[in-house]
Write a protein that binds this ligand. Structure first.
Ligand SMILES: [Zn+2]
Length: 366
């Protein structure tokens, strides 16, 4: 099997570089996704796709790809790595979550999910970037055995991985979905980081997370796929990058792409509270205020624990309870959201809280 993505064509025992044409620019020239294909000397399979930086201000994933794909790795590689260091070159150039030509939309909700808007809305005029992602997704579906999408969370966070729900449509399909979810679990075990379930299925669909890179790979193409949140946005955390490089190599060992026992992860926070957790955005400030955080990423929380103090611009506590903002959940802090000045109902933290939802779920009627 020859793996071709854009102008990059996999060759045994080589790392090749190329471009995948994304969209033409009105001022001439074009936007492209950079493509790296590293192929072992013998078999081209299995194939692991690594994608990064679909959110332009999230840099750690680019560093992971740069540090992972080396001649040393190539010498031991069995199968193929396909890497796209940025899925949003415009977002990377400006450091923004949304590329300037997408009108503020989240690019990580534009992959072909369980339902495609073309089928739902005959008058949907897909933005050029959405069309580019569709074409790239066709290459992912045709070649990938596994996919890892690399992100950053909040302004500071612990490294962790998101586990998405898998949807099924019939009793027979449920068995397939369960097998797929089990593979995802094995990938996450091999990675060794903190694991957080995505939003429960109704909210997951409402937020179009089935159209994220890993959501689409998992639920549309049925490829085992995970999202890794490496650290905080807008900066590179070299320690967490190193941990994720090792974690990805350990996934490759699990997949038979490297030989030998797993490597030890460096000293990073890994939270295993003893019960499954899912992500939530909490707490929210009830009033406009300045926030002083009282917790750090990785801190364990019990219901009623204070997580922040709300003050006015003079530093005086606002509201009852000396301005303390408390959590109502059991769990731990994933990351702090950027900013110090917040408006009513703004959330200040991403938390992982106790989860009782199923990870294999009947597909909603679309
Ligand atoms: Zn992201």
């Amino acid at each position: 099997m020859t793996i071709q993505v854009g102008s990059a064509r996999g060759k045994p025992g080589q790392i090749v570089y190329g471009t995948f044409e994304a969209l033409p620019l009105p001022t001439g020239g074009s936007e492209f996704f950079p493509v790296i294909i590293a192929q072992g000397r013998e078999a081209a399979e299995p194939v692991l796709w690594l994608t990064a930086n679909i959110h332009g201000g999230e840099y750690d994933g680019i560093a992971v790809i740069h540090h992972l794909i080396t001649l040393e790795l190539l010498a031991h590689l069995r199968g193929t790595l396909v890497a796209i260091p940025t899925l949003s070159p415009a977002g990377l150039r400006t450091g923004e979550r949304s590329p300037y030509y997408l009108g503020g939309k989240d690019p990580n909700r534009l992959f072909p999910g369980l339902s495609s808007p073309d089928a739902d809305y005959p008058n949907h005029f897909a933005p050029a970037l959405e069309q580019a992602y569709s074409r790239l997704f066709e290459r992912i579906s045709a070649t990938a055995n596994y996919l890892i999408d690399l992100h950053d969370f909040g302004i500071r966070s612990i490294p962790f991985a998101f586990r998405d729900p898998v949807f099924y449509t019939s009793a027979g399909d449920k068995l397939v979905a369960e097998k797929l979810q089990q593979k995802v679990g094995e990938m996450l075990d091999a990675l060794g980081l903190t694991v957080v379930n995505e939003f429960a299925s109704a909210r997951y669909m409402e937020l179009d997370l089935h159209r994220s890179v890993s959501g689409a790979a998992l639920n549309r193409a049925r490829i085992p796929a995970i999202t890794i949140e490496i650290g905080g946005q807008k900066a590179v955390n070299t320690n967490y990058v190193q941990a994720v490089v090792i974690g990805v190599r350990n996934i490759m060992r699990w997949a038979g792409m490297l030989l030998g026992p797993p490597e030890l992860l460096p000293d990073i926070p890994i939270i295993k509270p003893g019960y499954p957790v899912r992500r939530t955005i909490h707490p929210r400030v009830p009033q406009a205020c300045i926030v002083h955080h009282l917790v750090q990423p990785g801190d364990l929380l019990a219901p009623g624990d204070p997580v922040a103090r709300m003050v006015d611009i003079y530093g005086r506590a606002i509201g009852p309870d000396s301005g303390l903002l408390r959590t109502k959940f059991e769990g731990f802090v994933l990351g702090l959201f950027p900013g110090m000045a917040f408006y009513p109902n703004d959330a200040i933290d991403g938390l992982a809280i106790r989860d009782q939802n199923e990870l294999v779920v009947q597909a909603p009627q679309l």
